[in-house]
Design a protein around this ligand. Structure first.
Ligand SMILES: Nc1ncnc2c1ncn2[C@@H]1O[C@H](COP(=O)(O)OP(=O)(O)O)[C@@H](O)[C@H]1O
Ligand SMILES: [Mg+2]
Length: 345
């Protein structure tokens, strides 16, 4: 890991949500173990995909990175700011330099504001331009995300899902962020609109050297967009590396199973032996040993008992499993997955 060049460093991050049950008396107290020792470094200008099944901790990690969630232990440092210390001045700087784009484009916008007003609001709050320059900057931002500036007069109800998502991205860009965390931001959109938003991110990254944390459960989208990918399972990163390396030669059985489960690769190919069985265990009580062992086709006795394997690295590609790379069956067809593109949303 080239720590010197990192914009973001996550170090052994643990985040447990306390929960209680048994009615008003709160007879039991437990915690949801959402993040269990996550370490990750992201370089400036890099796009990293966070993937994993629902509940694996992707959104929690995204929120913790932006200082939106108090952490149990560990650290997040963004451009020299210790996000986890919670100092107000530091958090204020973090707010000026980072932005989040959410899943549901229409719900994320205030229904009472026009698209233009929603973007102007961000420019005003962050004092990005002089008040007199706001309308021109709003038009500029709308054009930047591929929207006709006249759409700025419309409220979200009068825009399509793809258009709302572009307005959401324009609001994020209005603060001129160094880093954007996009949480399932294309999941609610049609495939062709997804392709357009992905292309927009590729374009913005080139033009603005934007650092992007792209959370998605759709591996095909991540493969198209991301330089690197981190695979999460039960609040841990089980594999992390250059996207093509991870997709063409996964080193963790969980990643291999996830890749085999991508139907888009080739719907006619019969899934090989040992597709992933069952559901992940509850993050309320994690299994002993390797958290993946109950579902792993390669689990040995020591995987049931030994402490969870830590991430090993070779060739800038890390994996948290006792298996050696190459021990996994070769994944199916490893060619990149095309994503449909079309006309403007
Ligand atoms: N505010 C919260 N309180 C309690 N549990 C939470 C909270 N937020 C998330 N969780 C739990 O933490 C785990 C990880 O959730 P999340 O980060 O949303 O996963 P993902 O985004 O990968 O689907 C899940 O078990 C989820 O139910
Ligand atoms: Mg999520």
């Amino acid at each position: 890991m080239n720590r010197a060049a990192s914009l973001l460093e996550v170090d052994d991050l643990v985040l447990h949500f306390p929960v209680s049950g048994g009615g008003a008396l709160g007879l039991w107290r437990r915690s949801v173990k959402a993040l269990n020792g996550v370490s990750l470094a992201i370089r400036r200008g890099e796009t990293i995909g966070l993937v994993g099944e629902s509940g694996s901790g992707k959104s929690t990690l995204g929120r913790a990175i932006l200082g939106l969630e108090p952490v149990t232990s560990g650290h997040v440092a963004f451009a020299g700011i210790d996000v986890t210390a919670g100092r107000r001045a530091d958090l204020a700087r973090l707010r000026r330099e980072t932005a989040m784009v959410f899943q549901d484009p229409s719900n994320a916008l205030n229904p009472r504001l026009t698209a233009g007003e929603a973007i102007a609001e961000v420019l005003r709050v962050h004092r990005k331009v002089l008040p007199a320059e706001i309308p021109a900057r709003v038009s500029e931002l709308l054009s930047l995300v591929g929207l006709d500036p006249t759409l700025g007069n419309r409220r979200p109800q009068a825009l399509s899902g793809g258009q709302c998502q572009r307005v959401g991205i324009a609001r994020a860009l209005a603060i001129e962020p160094t880093m954007i965390v996009a949480d399932e931001c294309v999941a609610a959109l049609d495939v062709s609109i997804q392709g357009q938003i992905i292309n927009l991110f590729i374009d913005l990254r080139e033009r603005m050297n934007l650092t992007l944390v792209f959370i998605a459960h759709d591996l095909a989208v991540v493969r198209r967009l991301c330089d690197r990918v981190a695979v999460m399972y039960l609040g841990r990163i089980v594999e992390e590396g250059p996207t093509e390396a991870v997709f063409s030669a996964p080193r963790h059985p969980y990643t291999a199973a996830l890749i085999r489960s991508i139907p888009e690769i080739d719907p006619d190919i019969v899934l090989p032996d040992a597709p992933m069985q069952g559901e992940p265990p509850s993050p309320l009580s994690l299994p002993a040993g390797c958290p993946f062992h109950p579902r792993c086709p390669h689990a040995e006795a020591r995987c049931h008992a030994d402490p969870p394997p830590s991430l090993r690295r070779r060739d800038d590609h890390g994996w948290a499993c006792i298996l050696e790379p190459g021990a996994l069956p070769t994944p199916l067809n490893a060619s990149p997955i095309p994503i449909a593109t079309g006309e403007s949303a």
